[in-house]
Design a protein around this ligand. Structure first.
Ligand code: G3P
Length: 250
């Protein structure tokens, strides 16, 4: 499935994050309109079991609400304005359902779903996400990623055909994930931080016949260097700038 896309694939990190409120429908729409190959998003679950898209474990930074995501029902969390904090023009934007993003992005773009129940690891998020993917029949456009191997293991059990990317923290914290964790795990891709990527590392992963998807490259020179090193995917906050640096600009 990933082979059908240009190399490297360009994934808009939380949508067009540099130009729209992150992880919202306008952000994802703008990213696709600008030509990204797909979007990256952060999946979480509400107190009443709905899968929504938001990065932080609280709503404080990216809405006019206050409190833990896991403490709100869908109706409660949908009352918050998730756009005006970024810019008044996005006023009344809501925290989206994962299913709304599926509909907005359409079937011919990639969706990297980061499974981010890091503060509520037993909340059943992976099972709910897999249920929604089966219902929408979009297994072929989805990638799972997570810093938690347990989430990816569950994803492998429920939807083995969906590629899995192991996220590695920057620096020392990510040494295990970038080495033994990835090497001996059933992952199709390593998702290292930009600061940890080296040409030799890319070559080593390629010798394993696996992929490297790097987060998050925003400077044209970084994007061009990663392309030169042969990485297979790049996450970016500004797809228009990154596409230009890849020679795919409009
Ligand atoms: O998936 C790439 C990147 O989004 C991982 O870091 O903090 O944005 O979830 P974070």
């Amino acid at each position: 499935m990933l082979e059908q896309f240009p190399h490297p694939i360009l994934l808009a990190h939380r949508g067009d994050l540099a130009n729209a409120p992150e992880n919202t429908l306008p952000s994802f729409q703008q990213a696709i309109q600008k030509g990204a190959d797909g979007v990256e998003l952060d999946a979480k679950i509400t107190a009443d079991g709905h899968v929504i898209v938001i990065h932080d474990s609280t709503v404080d930074r990216t809405s006019n609400g206050k409190g833990k995501v896991a403490s709100f029902t869908l109706n409660e969390i949908r009352k918050f304005d998730a756009g005006a904090w970024f810019n008044e023009t996005f006023k009344d934007t809501r925290i989206p359902l994962l299913e709304e993003v599926f509909e907005t992005v359409g079937k011919d773009k990639l969706i990297n779903i980061e499974l981010t129940n890091y503060s509520t690891p037993r909340d059943g998020l992976v099972d709910k996400v897999c249920e929604l993917i089966k219902r929408h029949g979009n297994q072929r456009q989805v990638i799972f990623s997570s810093f938690f191997p347990s989430n990816l293991k569950r994803g492998e059990h429920l939807l083995p055909e969906v590629p899995r990317g192991l996220l590695a923290m920057p620096g020392i914290a990510g040494i295990w994930a970038r080495s033994f964790g990835f090497m001996f795990g059933e992952y199709q891709a390593l998702h290292p931080h930009l600061s940890d990527v080296r040409r030799e590392q890319v070559q080593r992963v390629h010798r394993l016949k696996r992929r490297v998807h790097v987060w998050t490259a925003n400077q044209p020179e970084d994007v061009a260097r990663l392309k030169d090193w042969g990485v297979d995917g790049i996450f970016t906050d500004d797809p228009a700038i990154a596409l230009k640096a890849l020679g795919r600009g409009r």
